[in-house]
Each structure stands twice: as structure tokens, then as C-alpha cells.
Design a protein around this ligand. Structure first.
Ligand code: RUQ
Ligand code: CUA
Length: 675
């Protein structure tokens, strides 16, 4: 038995270290036409589900209809997006502000949909920024990023943004332990064990507005937190975090953090910690982190630098935190729909341990401990264990659940998805995937009420599957019908970015809440022109502010003179349309900027610093009407110090034709435009 384990582990390690992924023989199985018809959604019909998929190193979130696999939209979150000017317009730049300044990129790994009573409620999705630790909230009424919160005392926000069953908290567990922000960080790296700490941030979500705030951070020993899930039902009040590097290595982790036979799942009784915090046991620490929100009324972001956070040391919360041993570098940490079973997936393990919440509680009560880890009681492995799934495959990563008591685990090394029964831990079915699956997503899989029906695997490597695109190949998604006993491949398609986690929402939850326009009368952007009569151009020192409007099919003003070298020009463009789906865009020649896209009733600002004298055409970038190509204009840039007066207008002669002199720039009155 022992020997077998060692052998399989050797294979696992070899696959991991040297060979990359093992490709199963029949992975290339064709999708039968019968199966493929299950993925067919007629033109004009909505998909039943929409899968919100992390973009990984693209920093964005993509939304695919399922079962069709049609890409619906890419939602910009942590990266600038030239498609709609997110992070380029003056109003949205603040969303990407951090304590390090403006950061136009992050690595988005996980998606979590807001829940009420353990069920998806269709209000928000959350996302983690892995590199410069951040949490984002996306408003599903607009498919826009509404809020980004930086996480202090953290580095690599990987164990995130998992939530509790009523969205009380969204979690941010640090991947890298580091010296905390207000300690002396100028220490030798090999003092890791002494100076490096982990943190688990519990971020409160306002039930009405969704606004996030850090309630408290738990300071932990210097392990790496990988993933987590909240308890639900009976285990509501607990959170479970997988951690690796319990060796506390600071170099060559692939070897040095793979020494111990078991790492841990950390079980955190957050209800109890709330009590400690309410009793004043927390400590205020000064830190610096950005909190950015976006308003649909001012159509602007506000970025605030927060300066304090409440921390509590794991040593000061007796009876609230326990360690459960979990074999070999656990990755996924998943809780079944009943809330009773906690599945730990050891990347280097040849079995899947399933823990029982009830047994864990009993072990705590009976103090069935196996010593402690840095002062945290370690529960005896067998005492918390419901059982092990034997020979599930190699390299288990993530597990999701259907509504019938089945679990689905992705196997990175043996490149397959394995279906097993949560009750008796028997393997029921296995299907090959094309190369190595990372996460998988069952519809409603992490909730208390899974919808089941489909499971989608997001694969890391796709050699031979798609048309070669040079050295880097497209990532792959594979959709399986799981309505029967056997999983059936019904579709595969390439994806954008590098998908990790994904969560699916029924179309019906999204459709009913969708915003169609922003009411122009509610527009509180300080630079809004709520009608052509309010358009104007103002000089303030070297700043030129253009209050511009857009309506089919002209911009007002569309002729502007009097801009000079050395000026910064701000085009504040208000879209006057009040019809659904009529955005206008704006761009000007030579601007070091992306376009901006302005929704009906909204104002967005485009900054341009002219670099030479001349005439600069600008135009609407969105094909908005039959006369969209006519939606254009000119800006004239004169030398610094020249006497060209500031004049503007649409359908108005700016220069006096008789003597060729320019009229004084007194007004932005626009001659009536015939439509
Ligand atoms: S991860 S492939 Cu960043 Cu969620 Cu597991
Ligand atoms: Cu407005 Cu094209």
C-alpha cells in the first residue's frame, strides 16, 4: 500500500516537474452529432446559463452562454480595456488606483456570484486580483466593475473572492506570506519563519449597496493560502482554507514546500471571531490601501486611500481556528451543497480526502488533536475524515457538485474529470479532457442548490485541438452534459485569456435586472452638458475643457479653434441619447489614449495632450447610425503663445469670411441642426 502510494506520487511528481501533462489516449474523442445538438441554441434564443469566466492574465472576466459556448461579453475589471475606454477615460482611471499608484493590469483567477440563502441571487459577481492584492465587485445590472478594494498586509490574493451563504463576507486569503505592511520589511528573506506572516481578510459586503469594507484580518503563521470555501447550512459560520508550504520555505518551493506528507485545511469559525472583534480584541493597525467605487450618477470613480485596518492574531482567538491535515499540497477546498462535506484536493496526492463537518466538531469537542501548528490545534486526520476517494486519478485540483449528491473533480495530471459519489466515495465515471483541466464549473456547483445539467472544464494546454497560432495556443473549454449517469462531451471551444474559475448564472436572473439607459436628468457628472445649449469650451490656465454632446449623428461642438501647444485638452462627452443600445464613441488623431465609449445619458472624459501644431480630426468610434461616418469634427492646434482665439461650434462659421480675421470666441451657440 505504502509502496503504491510512493509510486503514484512519483508519477505525479514526474508529470508535474518534467513532463507537463499526460494526455489520455482517447482525449481526442469526437463530439457525436447527437451530443453536439445539445449545445445548439437557435439564433435569437438566449442560452439557459451564462458562465462568468476568469480571464487569468488578461485581468478581465468573460461571459459565455451555455450550452452554446457563444462569447457574450468581456467585462473589464483589473486591466485597461481599449474597447470601451475603461481605465483610459478620466472617470474610470480611478478604478485602477492602488497604494502603489495607477496599476492597469492584474491576474484575475476566481469568480464568485453573490448569494442569498446559499443560492445565486444575480446581483453581483466578485473577482480577485492576484498580483497586487485586490477584490472587485461587478454589478450585473450593467456588467460593469462597480468597486475595487485593495487588500493590505497581503501579497498574491489567490484564496479569494469566496463568499458566505448570504454574502455577509467575501474572503481574501494571501498566497504569499510577507512581513506585514507596517513592520520593517527590510529583512533577510531567509528570516521567513520569523518575520513573514499570512493574513485572511474578511471583507464585509453591504447587503443593499454591495459596498465592501475590510471588517478584520486574521494574522496567521507564514503559510501560503491557496483556495477556500465557506461553510453552508449547518457549517455556516465557518470558512475552510487550503494551505500549502506549511514547511515555511522561502526558496525552491517545488521541492522545499513538498516535504511534509500533509499540509492543512485551516478551519476558521468566523462567527466566533466576530464575537472577539465585537469584544474589542482586535487591534487597529495603520496601513495604506485604495478603495475605489464607481457611481452610475456621477458616472465617475472615487478613489480613497484608507489608512487603518483591524487585525486579530490567530493566537488571540482560542477555539476559533483549527488545522485539519490534508495530503500533499492541497489546492482546491470545496464544500458540498449540504455543507457537511469538505473536499481537499492535494495536487500531489493520489487520493481525495473528504472531511465531515460533524466529525470535525466532535473532534474539537473531544480534543482529538495531534499537537499544534504554531499554536493552532491540529485535529487528528482520521477524526475529521469522512473517507477517502481511492484511485480517483492523478493531480486532483478542484471539485464541484450537482444536485444529486455527486462530485466532479478535475485531474490536472491524468487529464480527466472524475465523477464520484459524496456519500460512499465511489468513483462513478471518468471522462478524458483535452490536456490538463484546472478548474471546472458545474452550473450552480458551489452553491447550496446546484442546477446541475452541465459541467465545463477549463483546460490549460490544448496541443492538437485548435488551429495552431504560433508558439502560444488558445486555451480550451470543454462542455459536458451531466444530466445522465455518464458525462458526455457536447462541445469544446477556445477561450480568451487563461480561464481559471467560472460560475454560471441562469439567464433569467440577469435579464430582469438589466439597465437600458442612464437617465440624462440624473446625470451628476460635473462636466455633463445635458443638452446642446450647455455645450461650451473653457480655458483654465493650460487646461481646455470641452463640454461636448453626442447625438445621432453629430458632435457639438465639432469645430474647435484656439487650442495651443502646451495645453491639456479634456473632452467631456455627454451622450444625449435616451434609447437602449445607442452608445457613441470618441477619439482624436494622435492621442496617447484609447477611444472612450459613452452610454446613453452618460458623460465620459477623454484627455488629449496635442504634440504638434495642426488640424486634428475627431470622430465617433461606434457605428451608431446610417450617418455615423458623418459624425466627425476638427480641432485646430496653434503654436504656444499665438493669438488664435478660443472659438467653437457646430454648423457655425467660426472665422469671418470677409477679412479673414477670426471672431472673438465668445460663445458656443450652435446653429440649429436640421435632422
Ligand atoms: S487556481 S487551476 Cu488560480 Cu484557482 Cu486552480
Ligand atoms: Cu455616434 Cu457613430
Amino acid at each position: 500500500m505504502k509502496r503504491l502510494t510512493v509510486n503514484s506520487l512519483t508519477i505525479v511528481v514526474l508529470c508535474f516537474l518534467g513532463m507537463g501533462a499526460c494526455k489520455p489516449k482517447n482525449a481526442g474523442n469526437a463530439v457525436s452529432s447527437d451530443a453536439a445538438s445539445k449545445a445548439y441554441v437557435a439564433p435569437g434564443k438566449y442560452d439557459e446559463f451564462y458562465n462568468f469566466v476568469s480571464g487569468g492574465f488578461s485581468g478581465q472576466m468573460s461571459v459565455y452562454g451555455l450550452p452554446s459556448g457563444r462569447l457574450l461579453r468581456v467585462i473589464p475589471v483589473f486591466s485597461q480595456d481599449p474597447q470601451d475606454g475603461y481605465g483610459y477615460s478620466e472617470e474610470t482611471k480611478g478604478m485602477l488606483n492602488t497604494s502603489h499608484g495607477f496599476i492597469p493590469w492584474d491576474d484575475l483567477h476566481h469568480i464568485e456570484a453573490s448569494q442569498t440563502n446559499g443560492e445565486i441571487d444575480g446581483r453581483w459577481t466578485f473577482a480577485n486580483g492576484n498580483n497586487t492584492p485586490r477584490l472587485a465587485r461587478i454589478d450585473l445590472k450593467t456588467f460593469r466593475t462597480a468597486e475595487i478594494l485593495e487588500i493590505p498586509n497581503s501579497a498574491g490574493n489567490h484564496s479569494s473572492p469566496f463568499i458566505t451563504e448570504n454574502t455577509e463576507y467575501v474572503i481574501a486569503g494571501t498566497r504569499f506570506s510577507v512581513p506585514l505592511d507596517n513592520s520593517n520589511g527590510d529583512v533577510p528573506i531567509n528570516t521567513y519563519k520569523k518575520n513573514f506572516k499570512g493574513t485572511l481578510s474578511f471583507v464585509k459586503v453591504d447587503p443593499k449597496s454591495g459596498n465592501m469594507s475590510i471588517a478584520f484580518q486574521i494574522k496567521t503563521p507564514g503559510v501560503d493560502f491557496d483556495l477556500s470555501h465557506a461553510g453552508k447550512g449547518p457549517s455556516h459560520g465557518w470558512f475552510f482554507f487550503s494551505c500549502y508550504n506549511s514547511e515555511q520555505a522561502n526558496t525552491l518551493l517545488e521541492v522545499n514546500a513538498s516535504q511534509r506528507d500533509k499540509d492543512f485545511i485551516m478551519a476558521v469559525n468566523w462567527k466566533k471571531i466576530e464575537e472577539y472583534i465585537n469584544q474589542g480584541k482586535g487591534k487597529k493597525e495603520s496601513v495604506k490601501y485604495a478603495h475605489n467605487t464607481y457611481s452610475d450618477v456621477t458616472h465617475s470613480s472615487t478613489s480613497t486611500i484608507e489608512t487603518s485596518v483591524t487585525t486579530i492574531d490567530v493566537k488571540d482567538v482560542p477555539d476559533a481556528v483549527y488545522m485539519i491535515p490534508c495530503p500533499k499540497s492541497p489546492h482546491g477546498c470545496d464544500v458540498d451543497p449540504t455543507g457537511e462535506y469538505i473536499v481537499g484536493s492535494g495536487k500531489l496526492a493520489a487520493l481525495i480526502p473528504v472531511f465531515s463537518y460533524t466529525k470535525m466538531l466532535k473532534a474539537i469537542q473531544d480534543k482529538t488533536f495531534d499537537g499544534d501548528y504554531d499554536g493552532i490545534p491540529v485535529i487528528k486526520y482520521e477524526a475529521a475524515l469522512h473517507g477517502e476517494v481511492q484511485k480517483p486519478g492523478l493531480g486532483p485540483l478542484h471539485t464541484e457538485f450537482d444536485a444529486n449528491g455527486n462530485a466532479y473533480t478535475s485531474m490536472f495530471v491524468s487529464s480527466e474529470v472524475v465523477k464520484w459519489s459524496v456519500n460512499d466515495l465511489k468513483v462513478l465515471d471518468r471522462v478524458p479532457t483535452y490536456y490538463s483541466p484546472g478548474h471546472l464549473s458545474v452550473m450552480g456547483g458551489p452553491t447550496a442548490k446546484p442546477y446541475g445539467k452541465y459541467m465545463i472544464a477549463y483546460n490549460k494546454i490544448t496541443k492538437d485541438r485548435y488551429l495552431p497560432t504560433g508558439p502560444e495556443l488558445a486555451q480550451s473549454a470543454q462542455l459536458f452534459d451531466i444530466s445522465g449517469d455518464k458525462m458526455k462531451l457536447i462541445l469544446d471551444f477556445p477561450t480568451v485569456g487563461e480561464p481559471h474559475y467560472a460560475e454560471a448564472l441562469p439567464a433569467s436572473l440577469i435579464e430582469k435586472n438589466s439597465v437600458k439607459i442612464y437617465k440624462i436628468e440624473n446625470n451628476a457628472n460635473p462636466y455633463a452638458a445635458k443638452g446642446e445649449a450647455q455645450t461650451k469650451v473653457e480655458r483654465k490656465g493650460n487646461q481646455v475643457h470641452v463640454y461636448m454632446t453626442a447625438i445621432r449623428s453629430h458632435l457639438t461642438p465639432d469645430n474647435i479653434e484656439g487650442i495651443k501647444m502646451g495645453d491639456e485638452v479634456y473632452f467631456h462627452v455627454t451622450n444625449l441619447e435616451q434609447d437602449w443600445d445607442v452608445p457613441h464613441g470618441f477619439a482624436i488623431k494622435g492621442a496617447n489614449n484609447a477611444e472612450i465609449l459613452i452610454m446613453p445619458g452618460e458623460t465620459q472624459t477623454y484627455k488629449w495632450t496635442p504634440d504638434r501644431v495642426g488640424i486634428f480630426p475627431f470622430y465617433c468610434t461606434d457605428f451608431c447610425s446610417a450617418l455615423h461616418q458623418e459624425m466627425q469634427g476638427y480641432a485646430r492646434v496653434s503654436p504656444a503663445g499665438s493669438s488664435t482665439p478660443l472659438v467653437w461650434g457646430t454648423n457655425k462659421n467660426l472665422s469671418a469670411p470677409a477679412n479673414g480675421t477670426t471672431q472673438p470666441g465668445s460663445g458656443g451657440a450652435t446653429n440649429p441642426v436640421k435632422r
